[in-house]
Design a protein around this ligand. Sequence first.
Ligand code: NDP
Ligand code: OXD
Length: 334
Amino acid sequence: MKIVYINTDPPSPGRAPSPGRAPSPGRTPSPGRASCPWRDAISQHLPEASFWIWDEDDFDPADVDYALVWNPPPGVLARFRHLKGIVNLGAGVDALLRDTTFPGTVALVRLVDPLLTRGMVEYAVHWVLHFHRDFHTYARHQRDHLWNPHPNADTAQRKIGILGMGALGQGVANALTSLGFASIAGWSRRAKNIAGVQSFCGDDSLEDFLNHSEILLCLLPLTDTTQGLINAQTLKHLPAGAFFINAGRGALVVDADLQAALASGHIQGAALDVVNEEPLSPNSAYWDLQNVFITPHIASLTSPLSASAAVATALHAWENGAIPDHIVDLNAGY
Ligand code: NDP
Ligand code: OXD
C-alpha cells in the first residue's frame, strides 16, 4: 500500500504538518527523513505501507494508492492517476471540494475521530456555560468594579439549538444532556432520534428551530446550501438577546448581518472560532466588539496519534474491497 501525505497548513501542534517542510525544488528525499507525526502514527497501524510526504519525498505520483490530505494545493490530487481513495484529515471538506480539479471519481472519507469530537465538546460546553451562566456579564462587571450577583438561569429550562447534528453536533448534544440541559433542539437535513434532543429537519423547520434557540451553536459543514445561512433573515427568528456560537465555518455567516444584530443587542454575545477570512484581518470589526469572543479555529484539532486509527480503518476497508464509513457525498458537499 502506497500513501502520500499532503498538508499545507501552517505548523500547529494539532494539524501536524511535516516538520522542516522546506521547499525542495528537485524533490530530493529529506536528509535523515525528519520525523513526521502522521508517518509515525500511520506506521503503527500499517507497518507495511510506503508513506511519502508531498513536496519532500521522491516518488512517482502514478504509484500512489491513497492520499491523506489537509488543504492540499489545488490541482495536486489530480496528478495521482491511480488513486483508490482520499482521506481528509479533518471533518470539513469544503476547502478540498473548492478545487475544480478534485478527482470526483475517487471516494473521499472525512475524519470522524473520538478526540476530534471531544475537542469540540469541550469548546461547545465552555461557551454554552459561559453564556448560560452570564460569565460574559460578570467579566464586564469586573472591568467596571461592580459586585452585582443575580440569579442563575435554570439549566433544565435553557433552550439550546444545535445547527448540524452530525458526529460533532451529536457529541455536543449528549454532553449537554448529561449536564442537565433538557431543552435541546437539533437541526439537520434528515430527522434524528437522539435521547433528550428535539429533532428539526429541513428548511421548513428552520424558523421554528431558531425561535427555540436562546443559545445557537453552529456545527454545520460549509456547502452550497449552508453558505450565508446565518443572515439578517434567519437571525431575526432567534429570541431577543440570544447567543451565537460558531465552530462550523466562517462562510456560514453574513458578517455585516451578524455585526448589526450584535450592535442592536438582538444577539447578546457571540463566540466565533471560525470566520469568513482566516486568519481574521487585524482590521476586522469583530476584534473590538465587547460582546464577541474570538478563537483562531482551534475548537478541535486533529491528533495524528488518535486519528490514525480511523485513517487505517478506512484504508483497510478499501484494501478489502469494502466501503469505508464516513464517505463524503460529493453532491451534498459534506
Ligand atoms: P457531519 O457531516 O457528521 O454532520 C453535518 C451535519 O450537518 C449533519 O447533521 C447534516 O445533516 C447537517 N447538514 C448539512 N447540510 C445541511 C443542510 N443544508 N440543512 C440542514 N442540516 C444540514 O460533520 P461533523 O459533525 O463531523 O462536522 C461538522 C463541521 O464542523 C465540519 O464540516 C467542519 O466545518 C466543522 N469543524 C470545525 C472544527 C473547528 O475546529 N472549528 C473542527 C472540526 C470540524 P444530516 O445528518 O441529515 O446529514
Ligand atoms: C475540521 C477543522 O474540519 O479542523 O476538522 O475545521
